[in-house]
Design a protein around this ligand. Structure first.
Ligand code: 13P
Length: 243
């Protein structure tokens, strides 16, 4: 199966730098066997939609609102994102869970709202270091899966992606051992399938770069990568994509 490589730019770039990176990616990433999804911030989505049109670069948002329209100051409608040409949306990234206080109930609502708008959610889950060291990683992941995916229905296995991002590996330069990721991904797939009745893709995120990407992509249950820091440089990201 094609691997899925996702770039999450977070809030790392200014507007002008985002515009430059969008153009550079179009030039640098021509041919690839992977599915590529680029997630700039909201402000750059419409220009990215224009530049990426007709290429194989897909567009993702980093979040969406809990409903399609209404009085929700500051929020962005998943339906509007879809209209713009966005096909994917990251939901429940740990930075939103911890810094912005998003809980499982909210994440569950956002997933349903994204699906209603025909966006494909990329649900992020992961354990922190204390949980890992206490041997609680699987328990934590299971809770996150059950809560985030409660009553979530998808028509096909491509209708949702889960990103396994161990929190201790995000932005630290310390990634999980690829073989261990494979075992955990297998667990996540099985548990998510029990909830949704479908075996979805599970991608890995956390200190991925052009040096370690290939080892992850070789793993049977690693269906792709969610890349933060290393996706901010077109050359580095194209090396990951062309691995
Ligand atoms: P880094 O690749 O910078 O560790 O970030 C991972 C991440 O959080 C992607 O969503």
């Amino acid at each position: 199966m094609k691997k899925t490589i996702i770039a999450n730019w977070k809030m790392q770039l200014g507007f002008r730098d985002s515009q430059m990176l969008i153009k550079e990616l179009k030039q640098k990433i021509k041919k690839t066997n992977s599915e590529i999804i680029v997630c700039p911030d909201y402000l750059s989505l419409s220009s990215a939609a224009l530049v990426f049109k007709g290429t194989h670069l897909n567009l993702g948002a980093q979040d969406c609102a809990i409903k399609a329209s209404g009085a929700l100051t500051g929020e962005v409608s998943p339906a509007s994102l879809r209209e713009l040409g966005v096909t994917y949306v990251i939901i429940g990234h740990w930075e939103r869970r911890t810094v912005l206080g998003e809980d499982s109930e909210l994440i569950n609502t956002k997933i349903k709202s994204a699906l209603t708008a025909k966006l494909i959610p990329i649900l992020c889950i992961g354990e922190n270091l204390a949980e890992r060291e206490a041997g609680l990683a699987k328990k934590v992941l299971l809770n996150q899966i059950k809560n985030a995916l409660k009553d979530v229905k998808i028509k096909t296995t491509t209708g949702l992606i889960i990103a396994y991002e161990p929190i201790w590996a995000i932005g630290t330069g310390e990634s999980i051992i690829p073989f261990e990721a494979d075992t955990i991904h297998s667990f996540i797939k099985a548990e998510a399938a029990k909830v949704m009745g479908k075996k979805v893709r599970v991608v890995y995120g956390g200190s991925v770069n052009s040096v370690n990407a290939n080892e992850f992509l070789k793993q049977k249950n690693v269906d792709g990568l969610l890349v933060g820091g290393a996706s901010l440089n077109a050359k580095e990201f194209s090396l990951i994509v062309n691995n």
